[in-house]
Write a protein that binds this ligand. Structure first.
Ligand SMILES: [Zn+2]
Ligand SMILES: [Zn+2]
Length: 242
C-alpha cells in the first residue's frame, strides 16, 4: 500500500517480485516491509525483491517473531543459504534495517502513518496490522484461526471502524471443522467480525489454493449477499481509500 508518499508492503509472497520491478522502474528509494509471520507463503518473494539489490534503496523489515527463532534477519538469512538459494543475504546491497518487535506494539512509519499490531492465533504465531493515515484505516489480519461462536476480541479491537479489512478467509464455514488447528479462518467469520466491529469493507483473502475460479465466484456471490461490504481479493487489484 502507499500513503503520504511511502510504500508499505504487507508480507513477501510471490507478488513481491513484480512489486519490486515496479518500484525499481519508478525510481522508488525506500519501503517498509511488515511481515505477519515467516511461513513460506509469506516470505518466498523476499529473495526476488529487486530493490533489495540496489545500493541506493532503504528497506525496513519488521516482524514480531517468537523469541526462540532468532529474529527476522536470521530467519530471512537462513532462507537465503545454499542449496536453498545461491545469493546470501549479505549480498543484498540495499540498506536494510531489520527490526524485531513484540506483537501488540504500536509505532509510526514516517511522520504521519500510525501502525497498531495484535497477536493472531496461528501455528508459530502471526501478527495482525492496522495502518492509519489521514483518517483512514486499513487492517491486514492473516493468518489466524477463529473459535466458532467466540469472536477474537483482539481482532475486533484492531479492526474497529476500519475502512478496509483484509482477512484470512481460507475456508468456508462448511469446510472449517475439517481444518481446526490449521490456523486459518473463514469468509463468514470475516463478515461477522467486520459487521460487529463496524468496518466498511472486507477483502476475502488468503484463498485456499484448491478453490478454483468457479468456487471463488460463488463465494463472492454468497458473501456480497450476506454483506455488501464483502468482495474477493484478486491479484493486481487496486483499492483506493478516499
Ligand atoms: Zn501461516
Ligand atoms: Zn499463509
Amino acid at each position: 500500500m502507499s500513503a503520504a508518499g511511502r510504500t508499505i508492503i504487507l508480507d513477501a509472497g510471490t507478488g513481491l517480485r513484480q512489486l519490486g520491478a515496479k518500484l525499481v522502474k519508478e525510481g522508488a528509494k525506500d519501503a517498509t516491509l511488515l511481515l505477519t509471520h515467516v511461513h513460506w507463503d509469506h516470505i518466498c518473494g523476499f529473495p526476488f525483491f529487486g530493490p533489495a539489490f540496489k545500493a541506493d534503496f532503504d528497506l525496513a523489515v519488521m516482524a514480531a517473531l517468537p523469541g526462540q527463532v532468532g529474529g527476522i534477519r536470521s530467519v530471512l538469512g537462513r532462507q537465503m543459504t545454499e542449496p536453498l538459494f545461491p545469493v546470501p543475504l549479505e549480498q543484498l546491497h540495499a540498506r536494510i534495517d531489520f527490526q524485531d518487535f513484540e506483537a501488540g506494539l504500536a509505532f509510526e512509519v514516517g511522520a504521519d502513518i500510525k501502525v497498531r499490531t495484535a497477536p493472531l492465533n496461528h501455528p508459530n504465531a502471526a501478527t495482525g496490522y492496522r495502518i492509519e493515515h489521514a483518517g483512514r484505516a486499513l487492517c491486514y489480519v492473516t493468518d489466524t484461526e477463529h473459535v466458532p461462536g467466540n469472536p477474537d476480541q483482539r481482532v475486533l479491537e484492531l479492526i474497529d471502524g476500519a475502512d478496509l479489512v483484509i482477512y484470512d478467509c481460507t475456508y468456508t464455514d462448511e469446510e472449517f471443522p475439517a481444518h481446526v488447528g490449521w490456523g486459518h479462518s473463514t469468509w463468514q467469520e470475516g463478515v461477522r467480525l467486520c459487521k460487529q466491529a463496524g468496518a466498511r469493507r472486507l477483502a476475502i483473502f488468503h484463498h485456499d489454493p484448491d478453490h478454483e475460479d468457479d468456487f471463488m465466484a460463488r463465494v463472492e456471490q454468497e458473501a456480497s449477499a450476506m454483506w455488501d461490504g464483502a468482495f474477493v481479493a484478486r491479484e493486481g487489484m487496486t483499492i483506493w481509500l478516499d
